[in-house]
Design a binder for this molecule. Sequence first.
Ligand SMILES: Nc1ncnc2c1ncn2[C@@H]1O[C@H](COP(=O)(O)OP(=O)(O)OP(=O)(O)O)[C@@H](O)[C@H]1O
Ligand SMILES: C[C@@](O)(CCOP(=O)(O)OP(=O)(O)O)CC(=O)O
Length: 358
Amino acid sequence: MAEKWVLTVTAQTPTNIAVIKYWGKRDENLILPINDSISVTLDPQHLCTTTSVAVSPAFTHDRMWLNGKEISLSGGRYQNCLRELRARASDVEDEEKGIKIAKKDWEKLHLHIASYNNFPTAAGLASSAAGFACLVFSLAKLMKVKEDHSKLSAIARQGSGSACRSLYGGFVKWIMGKEENGSDSIAVQLADEKHWDDLVIIIAVLSTVLVDIAQHPMIGIYDSVMNIQNLLLASVESFDINIEQQKVTVKGSVQPETVLQTVSKSGKATSFWEAVEAPAAPESKSAETLAALESKPTETPTEPESKHAEAPAELESKPAEAPIEPESKPAETPIEPESKPTEAPEPESKHAEAVGVA
Ligand SMILES: Nc1ncnc2c1ncn2[C@@H]1O[C@H](COP(=O)(O)OP(=O)(O)OP(=O)(O)O)[C@@H](O)[C@H]1O
Ligand SMILES: C[C@@](O)(CCOP(=O)(O)OP(=O)(O)O)CC(=O)O
């Protein structure tokens, strides 16, 4: 087997919001619920996970990066999903690239996974739902798993219960099932994404915006802050002014861009604060999205109108030849076959973590 190839798949999966909630488990390990639940899947244009999975003979162990930071895959939830998928993997061949993976090879081959949530992780917006659905879907594509979405939903369920519902768009029911092995605890689509097309779900995330306002001989920093407050009125909850650093922290459901424009109009030199640190993204397009969301946190929640696009979607499934340049495509860092196993990928540092005005 050649040592220098990498086969990748990238997929995108939306999150879902329960309208009849899953609340309580009868089996913690298999993640079996004590009731049926129903959710609505959001439009992946708004809240979604993008996951790139890669396999290469050069990889020495399974690794995963979540939002640019390496995380452990040793937990039972990840291990259960990986085991179930490997057991169902098929022969995969790409003649053009000279790649041939036999079904039995999947047990020995290692995976690198890079995943990005374009919305807050572990903050009550079901990142684990989008995340595990995307993980299972993209790996199933990579490994050519010949199972339908309902079977995949039972695998995703073992990562996080609500994840099983993110494999379908529209209105989705997770049937609790009765079997002890969980084989009938699956998701089914009740109505597709077009069923209730004008339904809009608004998620309001209150965030902090950092503003840097340069001193001006005529207008003090306090005046600038009052200017923002007057113009944005109720949206602004509070300010914190650091005269020495010329930094103002604005709290509330304000758009960073609006803050910037508001202060600019007062004639003050304004700009967003410098980048602090941001993680790598799974592909350059997602990196832009992420930068926008991370640096403008209040924009995240403003438009998650649910247009119920189909879920999930495979973005690309072309085999890629190693090595992949991590600089130009930050998200591909984790799938670079020559990366040293002990080294975590370097997050890109040019995206702002906070926002400011100068
Ligand atoms: N993109 C992802 N890929 C794989 N796993 C993910 C991903 N995003 C989140 N997770 C996993 O899900 C965990 C967060 O799940 P948790 O249930 O705490 O929060 P949530 O799903 O965002 O919120 P809630 O369940 O309250 O709606 C993370 O710690 C990680 O283990
Ligand atoms: C309250 C809920 O949002 C539950 C979310 O729980 P998770 O699916 O995140 O829990 P685990 O299965 O333990 O991973 C209700 C719901 O989505 O139905």
